[in-house]
Design a protein around this ligand. Structure first.
Ligand code: G4F
Length: 334
C-alpha cells in the first residue's frame, strides 16, 4: 500500500519540491491549504494535480486534528510558517502564533488522533536560530551543537518550534526530527526573498523592462543551496530508524554582493553597482551578518549531499527568470 504524507506549507517553495519528490516515490500526498487561498488552490490544481488538498490553518487546532484524521499520514512534514524574516519584525505576534505555536498545534493534532507512535514528524527548523553572533568557528560552520541566538521574531518563534518538537520526541517517544536548514533557493523561491528578487530583476534589466533594483544591506553572508536538494534531506531524516536533528547546508558562505556579481555576469554585465540602489526600507532592525553551516552529520549519517553549487544556483535562477519574463512579454504583446 502507498505511504501517505501530510505536508503543511504545500504551496511554498519547499512544499512544492517535496510534493513532487514524494509523488515520484509513490506516496499519496496530502497538502494543507488555508481555506480562502483560492488563487493558490487553482495554481496547485494545475501544477500539482496529484495532491489531495485539505483546508486547515496552523493557528486552528481543530482544523489540524481534522487534517490528520482525513489523511491518516505515515509522515507529516511541517513546513508552513511566516517565513519572511523582515515581515516577522512587523508582525511578531502573528509570527509567534503561526511559526511557533503552530508547531505545537500540529504535534497535538497527531497525538489527539492517537498517532504519536505511528506517524513520523518533520519540523522545518532553520539556521536563523543561530543568529550569526556566535560566529567563532571559521572554516567549521554551525553544526547541530552550536549555540542558538535568534535575531528576529521569526528566529525566536522557530526556536520554540524546534524545542517543542524535541520535547514531544522525549516525552511521547515520537519519531520527530528537526532539519536545521540553511538558506535554500531556486526558481520556485518567492520574489520577496533576496536571491529571487535579484534573479528576477536581472532578467528584467536584461530584457529592458526595468533599469535598477532596490535592496537593503548587501554585506550579509549566507550559506545558499538549492531547495530541490534539501527536500531530499527532509525525506531521508524520516527514513532513519531513530529520530534526530540534522543541519543541511553547503559548507560555503557568500555575500549578497557575490550573488549580484554572478547574476549580472550571466547577462554580460561586469559591474553591477550602477544598477543597484540601497533603500532603508529593506533593512532590518537586527541583522544576521553571517551564516555558514556544517552538514557533516547529514552527509555521514543520511548519505545526503547537495548537488547544485553556488554558481550553478545563480545561473539556474537567472536563466529561469529570463525565460519566464520573455514568455510574459510575448503573452502581453498578443
Ligand atoms: O532572502 P532573505 O530574506 O533570507 P533570510 O533572512 O536569510 O531568511 C531565509 O533563510 C532562513 C534560513 O537561514 C529561513 F529560515 C527564512 O525563512 C528565509 O527562507 O534575506 C537574506 C539577506 C538578509 O541579510 C537581508 O537583510 O539579504 C538581505 N537583504 C538585502 N536586501 C534583503 C534585501 N532581503 C530581502 N528579502 N529583500 C531585500 O531587498
Amino acid at each position: 500500500m502507498a505511504k501517505k504524507a501530510l505536508i503543511s506549507g504545500i504551496t511554498g517553495q519547499d512544499g512544492r519540491h517535496l510534493a513532487e519528490l514524494l509523488n515520484d516515490k509513490g506516496y499519496e500526498v496530502h497538502g494543507i491549504i488555508r481555506g480562502q487561498e483560492n488563487t493558490k488552490k487553482s495554481i496547485m490544481k494545475q501544477e500539482l494535480s496529484f495532491v489531495h488538498l485539505i483546508e486547515a490553518d496552523l493557528t486552528d487546532q481543530s482544523s489540524l486534528v481534522r487534517a490528520v484524521e482525513i489523511s491518516q499520514p505515515d509522515e507529516v512534514y511541517n513546513l508552513a510558517a511566516i517565513s519572511h524574516v523582515g515581515y516577522s519584525f512587523k508582525n511578531p505576534q502573528l509570527t509567534l502564533d503561526v511559526t511557533g505555536k503552530g508547531v505545537l498545534n500540529m504535534l497535538e493534532a497527531i497525538r489527539l488522533n492517537g498517532m504519536e507512535k505511528t506517524a513520523r514528524f518533520y519540523q522545518a527548523s532553520t539556521s536563523e536560530m543561530f543568529g550569526g553572533l556566535d560566529y567563532n568557528r571559521p572554516g567549521k560552520g554551525y553544526d547541530e551543537n552550536a549555540l542558538f541566538h535568534p535575531r528576529s521574531p521569526y528566529g525566536v518563534a522557530k526556536l520554540y518550534g524546534h524545542w517543542i518538537t524535541k520535547n514531544y520526541r522525549e516525552s511521547y517517544g515520537m519519531h520527530a526530527s528537526c532539519g536545521i536548514l540553511f538558506n535554500h533557493e531556486g526558481p520556485k523561491r518567492g520574489i520577496e526573498f533576496v536571491t529571487r528578487k535579484i534573479s528576477n530583476a536581472v532578467a528584467r534589466i536584461h530584457l529592458g523592462l526595468q533599469d535598477h533594483i532596490e535592496l537593503g544591506n548587501l554585506d550579509p553572508k549566507r550559506d545558499w543551496g538549492y531547495a530541490g536538494d534539501y527536500v531530499e534531506g527532509m525525506w531521508l531524516m524520516l527514513q532513519q530508524p531513530k529520530p534526530d536533528d540534522y543541519v543541511l547546508a553547503t559548507g560555503e558562505t557568500h555575500s549578497i554582493k557575490d550573488f549580484l556579481e554572478l547574476a549580472f555576469k550571466e547577462i554580460g554585465i561586469n559591474d553591477w553597482r550602477p544598477y543597484v540602489k540601497q533603500n532603508p526600507l529593506f533593512m532590518r532592525p537586527a541583522e544576521v551578518d553571517i551564516l555558514l553551516g556544517n552538514p557533516k552529520k547529514a552527509e555521514e549519517k543520511l548519505g545526503w549531499k547537495r548537488r547544485v553549487d553556488f554558481p550553478g544556483l545563480v545561473k539556474m535562477m537567472v536563466d529561469h527568470d529570463i525565460e519566464l519574463e520573455t514568455k510574459a512579454m510575448k503573452k502581453n504583446k498578443k
